[in-house]
Design a protein around this ligand. Structure first.
Ligand code: GDP
Ligand code: MG
Length: 596
């Protein structure tokens, strides 16, 4: 297809504003998917996506559309909507010339609407503003058309109104995509440059890499080179998805499609990298490739120790399709053998743990998420700490923690309670904007460490779910942080160590010691539970000793009852962990860590 007949676009929206549903309607109206094959959220292939209604991995679909007698090839590039994947979002946006900015006509602009819009504007995309769900009785298109027009400029009359559910307005939208979004430009004679915007692992085909051709062209059997690693591969197959794969005899300027080289691991074909011709390589890569950087770390431990090998195998397998997942073996006194895993954010963590349990049938304990700290000792030595138990002993000169710029959108009635929450999380207010009479955007800088600790849940409950939230990394800052340890009979329980602000250390210590007192059963001897900063004890609880053997009351009694009791004790023992001399039931660890 010549570039003049190509339009590359994406749909950007806050979660639940109807992106997947609208994409479904587009596939249907352009005849790409037959009506009888249509099923909801056609493109969201991963089970977890469909169930939770979130888009994790992006994908590209080519759809034909006719306007004034000419047929155009529209490439719809689906972007992940969540902040954890913002690098992937920005790469898929870079593959487009335009974006459909989709906003729920009953909700208005939300945090991810803004975050994605800013990314789209940074990539110089033409924006088509669209209100969705106009079929809803609660829809208020007049009001939100104005809100959108105020945000991006232009008149409220330019805001399209559609319903992904009924299909109303979808054909007009396809026309607008053709007429408003510019055709791609590139040099057909230059050395090939294709940008990788997605890379997915397929059990049958190996890694399928989605690319946007910028310059030149690529053809099957050609040898290609990845510009970040210089690795070479042969193109076994190249083609377009519609949405099923259609192999072709090549991709030219402006085209969007997939390639298969037989590699088995997405790290060999990384999002953001540039593919070029091995024999006639381009001089410069497209944009600086960025290595995905884990922001949040957590320990994953099998509840049943014999699942350790299965856990390793499962992580190895997930890694094939997820270049951002990192892990290494770790041991914990309390939890045994497991893995320290790094994630892009909390949603990423949740997706991985859910996949481990669902696809690999593993029961796991997940330790409290921790961010990445840099700790400088008095002797000037600096270490990077992703696990509180690695925190250096002795005098610390400085600790720095990652900071984010957060944006919260909310109805104005909740401003007070949300400000209070952000303040209590060490946020500092950057600004407050009224998006409309009733909707406010609050901007804060905040330590990421305060967000990974149930900030979302707090925000939701304080605003009855009416607030939305997004953030981007904003460097790191020194802070007065300390490590709090929890000791059982003088032995440190590594899984419960936490790095917290000095002002919150006491609260953390008392909460954990109280929780553990309730969760750990009485033993033959008294067990002190303490919280400590270094050698200084800041909180203490006691578990009193049991006076007599439980079997004593069975003497002379019914023998079968005695056997049952013994068996029950043996059964219970299996699920006990020894911390020093103290027996702790495994679910006490789980409960204490999850905070129930
Ligand atoms: P996404 O998270 O942006 O991909 O949103 P989905 O397409 O998954 O839609 C979220 C929810 O809104 C689903 O329950 C859809 O059925 C519903 N929905 C999407 N579009 C419309 C629409 O035009 N009208 C109505 N009434 N509901 C819609
Ligand atoms: Mg979706």
């Amino acid at each position: 297809t010549p570039p003049e007949r190509i339009r590359n676009f994406c749909i950007i929206a806050h979660i639940d504003h109807g992106k997947s549903t609208l994409a479904d309607r587009m596939l249907q109206y352009t005849g790409v998917v037959a009506d009888r094959e249509m099923r909801a959220q056609y493109l969201d292939r991963m089970d977890i996506e469909r169930e939770r209604g979130i888009t994790v991995k992006s994908q590209a679909v080519r759809i034909p559309w006719e306007l004034n007698g000419d047929t155009f090839a529209l490439n719809m590039i689906d972007t992940p909507g969540h902040v954890d994947f913002s690098y992937e979002v920005s790469r898929s946006l870079a593959a487009c010339e335009g974006a459909v900015l989709l906003v729920d006509a009953a909700q208005g602009i939300e945090a991810q609407t803004l975050a994605n819009l800013y990314l789209a504007l940074e990539n110089d995309l033409t924006i088509i503003p669209v209100l969705n769900k106009i079929d809803l009785p609660a829809a208020d298109p007049e009001r939100f058309a104005k809100e959108l027009a105020d945000l991006i400029g232009g008149s409220p009359d330019d805001v399209l109104r559609v319903s992904g559910k009924t299909g109303a307005g979808v054909e007009d939208l396809l026309d607008r995509i053709v007429s408003d979004i510019p055709a791609p430009v590139g040099d057909p004679d230059a050395p090939a440059r294709a940008m990788i915007f997605d890379s997915v692992y397929d059990a049958y085909r190996g890694v399928v890499t989605y690319v946007r051709m910028i310059d030149g062209s690529l053809a099957p059997r050609q040898r290609v080179q990845m510009m970040s690693t210089r690795a070479q591969h042969e193109l076994l197959e190249i083609g377009v998805s519609s949405p099923e794969p259609h192999p072709s005899n090549g991709l030219g300027v402006g085209e969007v499609g997939y390639l298969i080289t037989g590699v088995k691991d997405v790290r060999q074909s990384k999002v953001g990298d540039t593919v070029t011709d091995h024999r006639k390589p381009a001089e410069t890569a497209l944009t600086g490739y960025v290595e995905p950087k884990p922001m949040v770390y957590s320990g994953l431990y099998p509840i049943d120790a014999s699942d350790y090998t299965s856990l390793r195998e499962a992580l190895d397998k997930l890694k094939l399709s997820d270049a951002a997942l990192v892990y290494e073996p770790e041991t914990s006194v309390a939890l045994g053998f497991g893995f320290r895993c790094g994630f892009l954010g909390l949603l990423h963590l949740e997706i991985i743990t859910e996949r481990l349990s669902r696809e690999f049938d593993l029961d796991l304990i997940t330790t409290a998420p921790s961010v990445v700290y840099t700790v400088r000792s008095e002797n000037g030595e600096e270490i990077v700490v992703t696990n509180p138990s690695e925190y250096p002993e002795g005098k610390i000169e400085q600790v720095t923690e990652p900071i984010v710029k957060a944006s919260v959108l909310l109805p104005k009635d909740y401003v007070g309670t949300v400000m209070e929450l952000c303040q209590s999380r060490r946020g500092s207010l950057l600004g407050m904007d009224y998006l409309s009479e009733n909707r406010v955007e609050l901007k804060y800088t905040m330590p990421l460490g305060e967000i990974v600790f149930d900030f979302f849940d707090q925000l939701k409950s304080r605003t009855q779910g009416y607030a939305s939230f997004d953030y981007e990394p904003a460097g790191s800052e020194a802070a007065d942080l300390v490590k709090v340890d929890i000791l059982l009979q003088g032995d440190r329980v590594d899984a419960f160590s936490a790095i917290v602000h000095r002002d919150n250390a006491y609260a953390y210590g008392t909460t954990m010691t109280e929780r553990l007192r309730k969760l750990i059963p009485r033993q033959q001897f008294e067990v002190p539970i303490q919280a400590a900063i270094g050698a200084r004890i800041i909180a203490r609880e006691n578990i009193r000793a049991i006076r007599k053997d439980v079997l004593a009351k069975c003497y002379g009694g019914d023998i079968s009852r005695k056997r049952k009791l013994l068996e029950k004790q043996k059964e219970g023992k299996k699920r006990m962990k020894m911390v020093g001399r103290v027996e702790v039931p495994q679910n006490a660890f789980i409960a204490a860590l999850s905070g129930d």
